[in-house]
Design a protein around this ligand. Sequence first.
Ligand code: ARG
Length: 457
Amino acid sequence: MSNLWGGRFTENTDSAVYDFNASISFDKRMYRQDITGSIVHARMLGRCGIIPQEDSDAIVKGLEGILNDLESGIISINESMEDIHSFVESELTSRIGDAGKKLHTGRSRNDQVALDVKLFARDYIDSLDSVIKELLVTLCSIMENNLETFMPGFTHMQKAQPVTLAHHLGAYFEMFRRDRSRLSDIRKRLNLCPLGSGALAGTTYPLDREFVAKELQFNGATVNSMDSVSDRDHIIELLSALSVIMMHLSRFSEEIIIWNSNEYRFVEISDAYSTGSSIMPQKKNPDIAELVRGKTGRVYGALMGLLTTMKGIPLAYNKDMQEDKEQFFDAADTVINCVTLFNGMLSTIKFNKNIMEESAKKGFTNATDAADYLVLKNIPFRDAHRIVGELVLLCIEKGCALDDLTLEEFKKYSSVIDKDIYDAISMKTCVMKRCTDGAPGPEAMKKVIAQYKNYLS
Ligand code: ARG
C-alpha cells in the first residue's frame, strides 16, 4: 500500500481500512482519461508559468511514456496503490524524479476524478451511440424487406388489427432513435470541464481553465467549483438513459421470446444465438433475449443505487461519491453488451411470414374493417359494430374466419352486404388502406423508411 497523504499521520493505515478505501481495482479502467487530463493540466501549468517549462515538458513526456507502456502492455497497473491517480503520479515520479511531484500543483483528486469520469462517460456515450446506430441499421433493413409481411397487431395481447412486420419494427426504431437523442442531450450537458475547481474552492494559482477545457474538447469550464466536484448528475442522467434503453430492449426481448415460442412460431432464432437444454434434447431456448430482459434489473439497480448514494450528501466532495464508478461501469458494460448481442440475434433471426399472416387472418383482425364497410353502406357505426360482433360470434361457433362466411350468411345479418365485402375485408386491403402518416400501409411506410435511411446516412 502507498498513500499520497502521509505527512500529518504518525501511524500506518489499518490494512483493512486501506483496502476498504482504495478504488484502484475499478478506477484503473480510467487510466487513459486520467493521463490525458494530466497531460493537458501539465501543459497549462507550463504555459501559465506556474511550473518551469522544462518541468512541464518532462511531465508531458513522462506521462506519454506511461500511456504508451500501459497500452502496449510493457507495464501494468500496480494495484497496491490507492487509486489510478496515485498510481500515475508515483509512476511518473519514479520515471522523471522531482518534476513529477509538480504535476498535482493547483489540482485535487476531487476535480481530477470528476474530470476522469466525465471523459469516460463521453467516450462511452460515443461507443454506445454507434452500436445503437448499428441496431437501427438492422431494423431499417428488416423493415424494408417486410413492407407487406402481414401480422396481427395486438392490444391486451389479443389480436386487434392487422399490421405489417415493417410497421411493428418501426415502433422499436422510434424508441432507439429517441435513445440516441437522449444520449446526445446528456453529452451536451455534461460537456463542461471541472478541472481547476481544486478540492472545492478553486485555487490561488493563475490557472487557465479555458485552455484546459478547449484542449480536452469541452465546450467550456464549469461555473461553480463546489458544484464541479460534487456533481454526479451526468452519471445519474446517463444511468437513467441506460435504463430506458434496457426497458426498450427488454420489451423487444419479451416479444421475441413470445414469437419464438412453440405456440406462436412467428420467428426462429438462429442456432448461433440459441442455447440447448442439458436434459431435454428437443429444446432450443431464447436465452439471449431472456438474459437481456433479466439484465434490465441490474441497470435499474445502478440508477437507484447512485440516486440513493447522492441523496444525503452535503456539499462538496464526500467519499460516498466514489460509489458512482462500480455501478456506472457495470451498467455501461451491460448495456453495450446487450445492444450488441441483441443486434446479432435480430440480424440472424428468421421471420416465418406465412405463420404471421395466417395468425392475422384467424384472429378477426379485420373486424373493424368489416364494420367500416357497413358504415360506407350508410349503417351507423354503433349498429355496424353490433352486426359484426354477431358475425364474429357465428364464426367462433363455426370455427372459421369472417372471410369464410358465405354471402347468404352475411346477408342474414345485414342486407346491405354484397360480394364486395370479401375484397373490403381481405388482409391486403385492410393494411393497404391504412395510409395515414404513421400507419402500417406500405405507401406510408415507404416514406418513413426513406426518412430513416436519410437519418442513418
Ligand atoms: N477515488 C476517489 C473517488 O473516486 C477519488 C477522489 C478522492 N478524493 C478524496 N478527497 N479522497 O471519488
